[in-house]
Design a protein around this ligand. Structure first.
Ligand SMILES: [Zn+2]
Length: 75
């Protein structure tokens, strides 16, 4: 069991993969400028054992996961 890595989302409260229902693991936190409000904020990047990669705004965790368009950056 790996320890927690600074900057990576905690696996506590990790969502399940919307595609295959496998548990998701935090891969990274990535800083982005958000188009709708101009904020520079983090996206939490999640991956499952089958290679699906999702992300969500770290401060909007209640919103649904979105498919990550560049999973190659994080896996
Ligand atoms: Zn999956």
């Amino acid at each position: 069991m790996a320890g927690s890595v600074p900057g990576v989302p905690s696996d506590q409260n990790a969502p399940a993969c919307p595609t295959c229902d496998q548990p998701l693991t935090g891969l990274a936190m990535a800083l982005f400028k958000r188009d709708d409000d101009g904020e520079r904020t983090c996206r939490a990047v999640w991956g499952c054992a089958l290679g699906h990669v999702w992300w969500q705004w770290a401060d909007r965790a209640r919103l649904p996961l979105e498919p990550c368009p560049r999973p190659d950056l994080f896996t």
